[in-house]
Design a protein around this ligand. Structure first.
Ligand code: PLP
Length: 501
């Protein structure tokens, strides 16, 4: 496979710097005007830290950037020199300059590691974006499953594509959402993670390029890393604007990835909801590039603001399922303890995936599949989602209020749904805050876990999983953690204490 290096052209860098300057540099650098080269160096550094420009991306030649920004070449040269000194740029004479993160920066090497539930008494666990079961529906679903179980006891119980009744029920739900679907287009998996694992086994083996949103869901990034895939990060658009389509088009065209993995609905971690037009355009661009688009809709039922219209699913723009593979799950809509997920794709893709899962988990437990079938074929599913939404909305509002009281300088854009808030930690290192929080009894995942290459050091992810009292205590502990980090009390030599100068 030929080597591919991402590069940022001068006009693109100028555009990114323009929006970055408007949003960040001015507010965070204070009132005194910095010299032009310093502002430029800070702008590029922030773009790297925020994942807007990937690490190891080739920057434009000094002369080209100077022309695009209408500044002198000396200014660009001085900015590049400053970035080299700070470890954010590496240059080789005659071959150009690449972005970097300073030696010792925390690089993502793990997914999420939430605490086991039994540890909840001593530590507030904000590491896991999953809710308790929406009773009484869990108990009812299992009672319903028990009634349906006897005929299955006479089989060997091994259904690699899932129980026919559940495949039918899931297909019917897509059909009811306006995307006609046959049961042959559905495979039941062991959670969404089981679905993504089977897809990776089939498509994203060693050395394959996989384009991913930057940031993205930490466990899927880690799964792909371990499968040996080469992740190509594509920055999300600012705030909750969804995808940066020009950036996607460039990566699809230049890197020609085998597969792309996206979370269109209440993206984890940012909460962004990709608008319908972006969905149509991304499907078209992926199809044109020959890239298989994996759309993870695990969060799609968690719309929290009723005045917002849900766009059509990504697979609406490829109903046959040959260009778009959809991944779904009962984990956020109902309960993660069930471990039921699914894939929707063309029947031949489904057949390939069934073969790909055979060596991992063979099939998914029959009893849990019957419970989800019961939910989907009664009003249990919709009733549970209504409970889920009400709880999550209350949790979100409680978290926002507590953050406002204890950490007023932490910044975020409030999403219309999902389970996560992507928070800038006021210029402090998110990794340091996570470390300090651990000692103070609150666990949060730091930003770099959601990145590919060491970006997002100035972020943590907070979930909408706890009610008022716990949110208040968690925010108080995080504020204490932030104070410790700001004062240097937790300083270890290798990680900088602050990230925004
Ligand atoms: C986008 C996304 N995909 C997949 C998962 C994991 O889902 P499951 O529990 O069904 O494996 C999560 C859980 O947070 C998620 O946010």
């Amino acid at each position: 496979m030929t080597q591919w290096t991402s590069s940022v052209g001068a006009p693109q860098l100028a555009r990114l710097l323009g929006s970055q300057h408007a949003r960040d540099t001015v507010t965070s650098l204070g009132a005194r005007r910095a010299p032009a080269y310093r502002s430029l160096a800070d702008g590029i550094r922030l773009l790297v830290l925020e994942g807007r420009v990937p690490v190891a991306a080739r920057l434009p030649a000094e002369r080209e950037l100077a022309a695009a920004l209408a500044v002198s070449r000396t200014t660009v040269a001085a900015a590049y020199e400053a970035l080299r000194g700070e470890g954010f740029l590496e240059s080789r004479r005659g071959s150009g300059s690449w972005t970097a993160v300073p030696a010792g920066s925390p690089l993502p090497s793990r997914g999420l590691d939430p605490l086991p539930p039994e540890a909840a008494a001593s530590v507030i666990d904000l590491g896991c974006a999953a809710l308790t079961a929406p009773e009484p529906w869990l108990s009812r679903a299992f009672q319903g499953a028990l009634e349906e179980l006897p005929p299955y006891a006479h089989t060997h119980g091994d259904y690699p594509a899932g129980l026919p009744v559940l495949r039918q029920a899931i297909a019917d739900r897509y059909t009811a959402r306006g995307i006609p679907t046959m049961p042959e287009q559905i495979m039941v998996t062991t959670g969404a993670m089981g679905a993504v694992a089977a897809i990776c086994r089939m498509m994203a083996g060693r050395g394959e390029r996989v384009a991913v949103e930057s940031p993205s869901y930490a466990n899927v990034l880690q799964l792909m890393r371990e499968a040996g895939a080469r992740l190509v990060p594509v920055a999300m658009a600012d705030g909750l604007a969804g995808w940066d389509l020009p950036a996607w088009r460039q990566v699809l065209r230049d890197a020609a990835p085998r597969m792309a993995y996206v979370i269109a609905d209440f993206h984890n971690p940012t909460g962004a909801l990709a608008p319908e037009e972006q969905r149509r355009e991304l499907v078209e661009a992926a199809r044109a590039a020959g890239t298989l688009l994996v759309a993870d809709e695990t969060m799609s039922d968690l719309l929290l603001d009723p005045d917002v219209d849900m766009p059509r699913p990504v697979c609406a723009f490829d109903p046959a399922g040959s260009a778009v593979i959809t991944v779904g799950s009962a984990s956020k809509s109902f309960w993660a303890g069930l471990r039921i997920g699914w894939v929707r794709a063309a029947p031949d893709v489904i057949r390939g995936l069934i073969a790909a899962r055979a060596y991992a988990d063979l099939a998914t437990p029959v009893f849990d599949q019957l419970a989800v079938t019961w939910l989907l074929t009664t009003d249990g599913w919709d009733e549970s989602i209504a409970i889920r939404r009400a709880t999550t909305r209350a949790n979100r509002d409680a978290l926002l209020a507590s953050l406002g009281r204890h950490l007023p300088d932490w910044e975020f854009t409030v999403p219309h749904g999902g389970l996560t808030l992507w928070v800038r930690t006021g210029g402090l290192s998110g990794s340091r805050i996570a470390e300090a929080g651990e000692r103070l009894g609150v666990r949060v995942p730091s930003g770099p876990r959601f990145g590919v290459d060491g970006a997002f050091e100035g972020y943590v992810r907070l979930p909408f999983t706890v009610g008022e009292a716990v949110a208040e205590e968690a925010a108080a502990r995080l504020a204490e953690a932030a104070r410790l980090v700001a004062s240097g009390a937790t300083a270890a030599l290798e990680t900088p204490r602050t990230y925004v100068a």
